[in-house]
Every structure is written in structure tokens, then in C-alpha cells.
Design a protein around this ligand. Sequence first.
Ligand code: IPM
Ligand code: MG
Length: 362
Amino acid sequence: MKIAVLPGDGIGTEITAEAVKVLRSLDLKFEMETALVGGAAYDAHGHPLPAATLKLAQQADAVLFGAVGDWKYDKLDRPLRPEQAILGLRKNLGLFANFRPAICYEQLVGASSLKPELIAGLDILIIRELTGDIYFGQPRGRRTAVDGHFPDSEEAFDTMRYSRPEIERIAHVAFQAARKRSKRVTSVDKANVLETSQLWRDVVTGIGKQYPDVALDHMYVDNAAMQLVRAPKMFDVIVTGNLFGDILSDEAAMLTGSIGMLPSASLNAGNQGLYEPSHGSAPDIAGKGIANPLATILSAAMMLRFSLDQPEAADRIESAVKDVLASGLRTADIHSVGTKRVGTREMGDAVVASLTHKTTKS
Ligand code: IPM
Ligand code: MG
């Protein structure tokens, strides 16, 4: 089992170190190789996704990714910005299926900005299509307008685009995931306005006929954004396109009160995957040793389950995280009165201690 470890920028290095520590504490043999990505790679090699890093990722069974980005790269040309590294990895590895669970941990109910009764027990899975849509559609660019309301003025344009097979494969992923849960899929689109969304709705409806045991409904994205804060527990699996999924998954993450807790998985057709926390590089707290490593540790658990065929090890990590929370340890982002505030490293150590303690006992 080969894991490419790409820590990236900001808190990326600190949180990935803890996830690596947790992986090493399991009685499993991994080959792990680390490479630069994002701003760190740009500084060292002049490109956010150097060829050697891409090759390492392609050859690995799974990629453990930290986070990329920092304000200091904002002025670079777009192809050189740190974000291009993650987009390039998604595209080059064909990672079209993005799983973003939003789970509200019992001990963290109070950390959400929503009323506890709205989010207690919340367990939603957002499945976001990740290699199509307006993110990658061509043509795009800037030019001088020839028509429209303001001819001869500067304009910019992007292309929202989806093909039938792209929608079919993500729809299958969503229905199959729903079968393992409470068998409900909500497909989110903007079919009242957009052609891409009308095709999306038609195709998802068609694929849904192959899954008669799964209930399918459709929702416009504006309404979905509203329902997510009104009554989030109405959802089980949400399947949506790249742009809507980007926005709704941040919204859903915040329902749980703690984006620092949420892992994600991005898979291709061969189950090769990239695993990263749902949060970003948080340059404002980088280097302070206070970032929450749990989202990355939980991403490592998803990696064991989805790409490395080690579901038991994944369960063990997830239950160790719950134990650590139950014992009252909290990083700054989830800290509240009556709990013990710890740093990044102490949190990682506590997960390892819980894991190894259990091994000894059993
Ligand atoms: C995400 C991020 C990325 C995205 C950025 C960093 C390119 O927001 O993974 O959600 O827009 O997909
Ligand atoms: Mg995002």
C-alpha cells in the first residue's frame, strides 16, 4: 500500500503530520512518500504541482493531502496559484466523485450556530461532482465584448458544461452510497434556469429508475441552501454539480459547528483516491500548533476504508476520535467551557494513545 503524502501550505504540514502519526501507530505496513504541493512547491520549484509530485500521486494507491493556499500567492497568474495544484490533481487523476460528510458529533452540538435540536444527530453526505462543470468548462477567458449591453467593454466568461456520461457516473455513485444509508437521494440543480441543470435532472431521473429502492427528489440550489439551515435533517445523500457542491458543502460543514472535524474523499473510477480535510490552509493560525488535526485524521480513516481496503482500521480511528472527544479534549476551534484545550500535537497524541490502548486491551 503506497500513500503519497502532500502536506501543502499553512496548517497543512502540522495536521498531516498528526494523521501520518496515527497511520504509523496501526499495525499495518504502508509505504509513505512525501512531496511538495501548492505554494510550498511553487517556492521551491516554480510550479504548484511539479511533475514529480503529480507522478508520485498517480503511482500511489491513495493521496493524503493537507491544504494549499496563502494570501501571498494571490497576485500570481492563475496557472501558478496554489489552488491549481488541487484542481490539477483532481483532473489528472480523474477524481470525479467527492464525498463530503457533514456529521454532528454528539459532544459538539453546542458548537454550531444553529439550535441544538436542529442539528443533534445530523448525518448528511454531500456527493459533489468534481471534474466537470464551470470549473473546467471551455471556453473561458477575458476579452473585449462585441455585443451585449456594453459592447467594446472588457468582459469575462466561463462555460458551465456537463455531458450525459459525466452525470450518469456521479448519479450511480450517489444511489449506491444511499443504499448503504437511509436510501434517500436529493439531487440539487438549477433546472428552472440552466440547460446544464435540465440535462442533470433528466439524467439523474433516468439513472434513478435503476434504483427503485432509493427515493429520489430534486431541489433547486437556492431552496437547498435555505433548507440546509432551516431543517438540515431532512437530507440524507445530496448529489450535485461541482460549483453548487462547493458552496453547499461549506454551508453543510458549518451546520456541524466545526469545519475542523470534517474529512473528505475524492475518488476515481478505480477507487484511487485523494483524502483531505474539508477546511483550507488557514494561514492566520499556521505555525502556532493550534489547528485541529481531526479532519485530516478522519480523512486518513476514509482512505483506509475506500482505497486501502482496511475498514476495521478505519473504524478504529473513528472510534478513537470519538473517545478523545468524550474525554473532553478540544482544540481551539471546538473549545468550550468545561473542556480541556489542547494543541495540534496533543490532539494527535491522544488519538494514538486511544488507538494503541485499545489494541493492547483486545
Ligand atoms: C474546495 C475548495 C477548492 C474548490 C478550491 C481551493 C479550488 O474550495 O475543495 O472546496 O473550489 O473546489
Ligand atoms: Mg470549497
